[in-house]
Design a binder for this molecule. Structure first.
Ligand code: ZN
Length: 254
């Protein structure tokens, strides 16, 4: 008898491998990144159908293969329907799915945390009512996935002298992974000048529970969110083991 396993997954990417079949790259709750062959998926009568679409969450049963596992059953858990008819939501969701693809690994010890974060993000962005809410979800996702994967940003104290900066404008260094006070920033050339309130904003989103409503949910403007998303995007790209492809897209649609 063939060995089977069941896991919750979110579809990240798909590749054609023949006229009828595709390989689906998925992030699973139990095993991190996994790949499975979806046989016959390109035929109109495929029993897997829309459940193999990108950014769909499924409870999936796979047959273990020598080289590749085969998808034998999928039950949709969530199609995150409302992100599919909004171009901004869709592109931001694709960008975040690329973060999961780039930072996720097979047999990931953090798989449950990453899966839950990504699922919550897709659920929240899908139901977001404004561009600010959509962008706030992207910022939360960016901060929290960096925290889980071991690249957390230091936003409390200066990374060099370990004291809390007192200036109105402070500096952020991607290479040093956090903020710098005025004194310590003098010797560092690559840095971004940021108002302390933006750092406070990011620090609150980093530390609070994902779904907790903070005062920033009402205060965040599109302009501030854009600054934060771009700063975090540069940070994430700097530490990413793989190169990003969708991030240029985001700039072109915004
Ligand atoms: Zn310092």
């Amino acid at each position: 008898m063939k060995e089977q396993f069941t896991t919750n997954v979110i579809n990240l990417k798909s590749y054609s491998i023949s006229e009828a079949d595709k390989i689906i790259l998925m992030y699973s709750k139990e095993r991190g990144l996994i790949r499975g062959v979806a046989k016959g998926i390109k035929k109109p009568a495929s029993k897997l159908g829309g459940r193999m679409d990108l950014l769909v969450a499924n409870k999936m049963m796979l047959n273990k293969g020598r080289n590749l596992d085969t998808i034998c059953q999928a039950e949709a858990l969530n199609t995150f329907f409302n992100l599919r008819n909004d171009i901004n939501k869709l592109f931001y969701a694709m960008y975040c799915s690329e973060i999961v693809t780039n930072f996720g690994i097979e047999n990931d010890p953090n798989s449950e945390e990453i899966y839950n974060l990504f699922y919550t993000f897709l659920e929240q962005i899908s139901s977001a009512k404004s561009i600010e809410q959509t962008m706030l979800n992207v910022i939360k996702f960016q901060l929290k996935i960096m925290n889980i994967t071991g690249y957390s940003l230091e936003l409390d104290n200066c990374v060099k002298c370990l004291k809390k900066p007192q200036e109105e404008y402070i500096y952020f260094s991607i290479e040093h992974g956090g903020i710098l006070c005025g004194n310590c920033s003098a010797e560092i050339t690559k840095k971004t000048k940021i108002h302390y309130k933006i750092i406070e904003f990011l620090n609150t989103l980093l530390k609070e529970e994902y779904t907790k409503h903070t005062k920033y949910d009402d205060l965040a403007t599109e302009k501030i969110c854009t600054i934060c998303i771009n700063l975090l995007k540069s940070y994430i790209e700097y530490y990413s083991p793989k190169k990003f492809k969708t991030s240029e897209f985001i700039e072109s649609i915004r």
